[in-house]
Design a protein around this ligand. Structure first.
Ligand code: FRU
Length: 539
């Protein structure tokens, strides 16, 4: 019914024709219509209805956090994407706003306003000769790096990829007001007319050159822009352009190219993040978000890699970041669905955002932890206890679908054993998800998460063998989303789809020794000893 109503004639068609729902009330109606869906997260951002993918244009402007996102108002599938919009005062409680950017029927973005970023700028009148076509612009805004104070911004620009007839072109749009309600496309679009001819870009049927997604920053008196690309016989690349006015761009060459032979792969959504202790570029390669830690040298326009890895091996994709007024880097990723497309279609919505996480490079090491603002979501502490996981499942005195649980333990206290935290467990045990904490890995065992055979059931995990003890594992469960963080170092966001309405139990149990399937040990367990666990559960 939801689908029929959403895809129906009347009101919805008007919304579609104008590219945005008419009012906030309409968005509320979308949400209300889906409120009975047990898979809908409550404290993670979701689309009001229909399809959501990448976060876009993340910015803190005039005291408000803005999160735009790839949004298809036509249904819960990837189609002609618009920029949906949510706002927040604190990064954790978000409100819907009407669609902020829509394809221009006669523009280079006719087939979609694809991913991009937003910056607040100030215009500078210095007619110094070598400026481009427009006035020079410099960063404004209230993030810590900007040179000009918040109130001084003259404009907020979005730089995004316009899709038309399979071509991907960088486009610029300007916000019409300080609430960033609407972005209007620039008359100069596309601002880069074609990809660099010296690069042999991957072309696939229907897509002549893969050249998309944008990351923007200012240094050495110039705007720098990374664009994601795929090289025909080689694989992913992040290419660099510079500009003084955001309209006229000079190609500077690839800032980073894959070292592996990965033909067919495109590096989507590249982002450069700079920290006092080192720089990071992350790219999304269809499968994973890969990070490269090292140094960006603006003088030569190249990134030197010291170390690489995977940011999050789960359903986390195409993340984007913003700086908070106090100088933290906050990153949010799209959490893909891991069930059948049909289920998404039946549900009437698809896609969620990860929790905001704080990224940093400290002592030459990547750190990831939940943004501290998330603690504001805690309402009630249900359990605060030291438990001994002795092989008998210990049910925590809580039945919950949306909660945070923190477990501190030293798995080396009982070598070979592991402790499983079971969540979304039905009383008859037919459904449950086990977060299995061992000394080498923390694994989310999804083999029994759902009776829906189409829901992905492969285990996902992160290595923890090199982390300090005790392990400090924070698990966030929110309907179909499960995110975990270990020691502020490792992160993993995944999806689970319990079908039982009573799959709300939480328990803790010692597992059989390593070597058996994670989390599949007999209920009685086989290990005599296992570590004591400090458990803290809030909702
Ligand atoms: C990544 C991506 C981007 C593109 C956008 C289109 O998920 O494919 O490369 O800009 O989504 O929605």
């Amino acid at each position: 019914d939801v689908i029929r109503w959403l895809a129906g004639e009347s009101e919805y068609d008007t919304a579609l024709a104008t590219g945005r729902p008419k009012s906030g009330r309409e968005l509320e109606r979308y949400r209300d219509a889906l409120s009975g869906d047990r898979d809908r997260p409550s404290y993670h951002v979701t689309p009001p209805a229909n399809w959501l993918n990448d976060p876009n244009g993340m910015i803190h402007h005039d005291g408000t956090y803005h999160l735009f996102y790839q949004y298809n108002p036509a249904g819960p599938y990837h189609g002609t994407v618009h920029w949906g919009h949510a706002v927040s005062e604190d990064l954790v409680r978000w409100e819907d706003r009407p669609v902020a950017m829509s394809p221009d029927p006669s523009g280079p973005d006719r087939d979609g306003c694809w991913s991009g970023c937003a910056v607040a700028v100030k215009r500078v009148d210095d007619a110094d000769g070598d400026a481009g076509s427009g006035p020079r612009v410099v960063p404004a805004g209230d993030d810590a790096d900007s040179s000009v104070a918040a109130g001084d911004a003259d404009a907020v620009y979005a730089l995004y990829t316009g899709g038309r007839d399979g071509w991907q072109r960088p486009c610029l749009a300007t916000a019409t007001d300080d609430d960033l309600t609407r972005f209007e496309p620039d008359a100069a679009n596309p601002v880069i007319r074609s990809p660099p001819p010296e690069l042999d870009l991957l072309s696939t049927p229907g897509e002549p050159a893969h050249f998309r997604d944008h990351c923007l920053w200012y240094e050495n008196d110039r705007w720098h822009q990374l664009i994601g690309a795929g090289l025909q016989d080689r694989g992913g690349a992040a290419v660099l352009y510079t500009s003084r006015d955001l309209r006229e761009w000079t190609y500077e060459g690839p800032a980073l190219v894959t070292e592996e032979a990965d033909p067919g792969v495109v590096w989507e959504c590249p982002e450069l993040l700079r920290f006092s202790d080192g720089d990071l570029i992350h790219v999304s390669d269809y499968e994973d978000v890969r990070y490269f830690r090292g140094t960006f040298d603006a003088d030569v326009g190249r990134f030197r890699v010291d170390e690489e890895g995977v940011l999050d091996p789960g359903a986390f994709y195409a993340p984007q970041s913003l700086s908070t007024p106090d100088g933290r880097t906050i990153t949010i990723g799209w959490l893909r669905e891991e069930r059948s497309a049909q289920s998404g279609w039946d549900a009437g919505w698809s896609g969620a955002m990860s929790l905001p996480r704080e990224l940093a490079v400290v002592d030459g090491e990547l750190r990831q932890r939940p943004a501290r603002e998330i603690e504001r979501l805690r309402e009630t502490r249900l359990v605060d206890d030291r438990l001994t996981a002795d092989g008998t499942p210990e049910r925590l005195d809580a039945t919950v679908e949306a909660f945070e649980v923190r477990a501190r333990l030293d798995p080396d206290d009982a070598p070979g054993s592991a402790v499983s935290l079971r969540v979304r467990e039905s009383p008859d045990g037919a459904e449950r998800t086990a977060v299995r904490i061992g000394s080498d890995r923390v694994v989310v065992d999804r083999s029994e998460s759902s009776l829906d055979r189409d829901a992905r059931d492969a285990p996902v995990g992160v290595a923890v063998d090199d982390l300090d003890r005790p392990l400090d594992v924070r698990v966030f469960v929110d309907a179909s989303v499960l995110e975990l963080f270990v020691n502020g170092r490792r992160a993993l966001a995944t999806r689970i789809y319990p079908t039982r309405h009573d799959a709300t139990g939480v328990s803790i149990v010692a597992d059989a020794g390593e070597g058996t399937d994670p989390g599949r040990g007999p209920d009685g367990g086989t290990n005599a000893d296992s570590p004591g666990v400090d458990v803290d559960l809030s909702m």
